[in-house]
Write a protein that binds this ligand. Sequence first.
Ligand code: GLU
Length: 505
Amino acid sequence: MSNVRVRFAPSPTGGLHLGGVRTVLYNYLFARQHAGTFVLRIEDTDQTRFVEGAEQYIFDCLKWCGLEPDESIQKPGEYGPYRQSERKEIYRKYAEELVAKGYAYYAFDTPEELEKMRVDFKTESNPSPQYDNKIRLKMKNSLTLPKNETESLLSMGTRHVIRIKMPEQENISFTDMIHGDVSFDSSVVDDKVLLKADGMPTYHLAVVVDDALMKITHAFRGEEWLSSAPVHILLWKYLFGLDKMPQWAHLPLIMGPSGKLSKRDGAKYGFPVFAMNWTDPRNNEFTEGFKEKGFLPEAFINMLAVLGWNDGTEQEIYTLDEMIKKFSMDRVHKAGAKFDYEKAKWFNHEWIKKLDVKNYKLKVEENLTAAGITINDDAQFEKILELVKDRCTLLTDFVQQASFFFSTPAQLDVDAVKAKWNDEKKNFFIAYTEKLQFISNWSLITVETVFKELAAEKNIKPGELQLPLRIMLVGGKFGPPVFQIAELIGKDETIQRIENAIKKF
Ligand code: GLU
């Protein structure tokens, strides 16, 4: 193992968005590529956002995707605990160290005082004032109170937070693996809270302390965190030294049909946005997942890999092993990546086509059972799988595409044949069923030969008769070649379906 250590650090607050899975994937690929370690750390310091079941759900999703971490709460390594709420004591020490060094301060302002600040300092040019270098000296904190007063407030256990003291004018810069050199002006960044009144750290303090203590070498996260980088850089500088700071890559946003892809887009446009189905236990709100929609995990991660990355060739289909070989952070695009559901389905279709029959069977069995279909003849089932496979974009399409093999179609698309149906055709099919009775070696060839000979005899173009036959056997205008269907459903069933349909047409 190399010393490369990467981490995915989700807050267990709900379903796992496809952008989150892409972050996992890039972490995973990078770790495997460098024979490194992929850590999963649960960032649950915001107790007001705790959601029952969200943690296990994350593990279930990663398992389904085949992207399981090397170290986590479920598989602790030597850098635990891997859940931030269990590391509470660690953070205070670092927050106090910052105060002692003069990089942070205690702030005693009550929620009412903070609210008053937002009103009192509001101006036209500054409509939402922040607790920053211009305002902090007008507030109630250890920078403005006499030392003994601060000490007595602390010793009385007065509610307080610890805030970073952002330097007034400092250029803070770093080199991002995707964005290159990025710099910030410290004077416009507010004095972020590092330690909250409940003693819990905020994300800013916890992420730096944990990345340091867990010896993280590379930190990949969504671009929405780029604006927090100046705070994190300073914390690294003050606490651990910039030479220890991980290399960062801020991954491009995933865009939906209208701006940044959101959970709402899923419901609005009818596509999944989470890896797996998720029902929020707080309000029973349901969000659909790629898994249950009928995606193969291989297709899902392949689609995510190229959502923001390419290897410089035209190649689009990658196995996980190929991705591990070819992925590189410097080929990840800076600009947001547009999610296209049709393209996602294309990937799935390609991956379904690659499945061998045995695996395909395993994948669709569950859907069949759910649809109440039982398989009696395995050999026949395998033939059906082979025939229908290429026609399915989603695993869940199989039932719709194949149900007529297992039971007589409940409905026939009569409208599709009505206009051109006549006595001549009717008589053809009556004669056809009579001839079919006598076929002793029932096969695609014999069924088709009899059909063609009879059509020639009656002087009807076979093309005119194929659609009615399809509707008779399938119920609709879809499915594999019609004589193959007849072969598989067998003689009695074929004859019976034709006879029943003649009555309905
Ligand atoms: N807890 C943060 C999130 O859920 C992690 C960001 C990071 O990777 O630093 O997005």
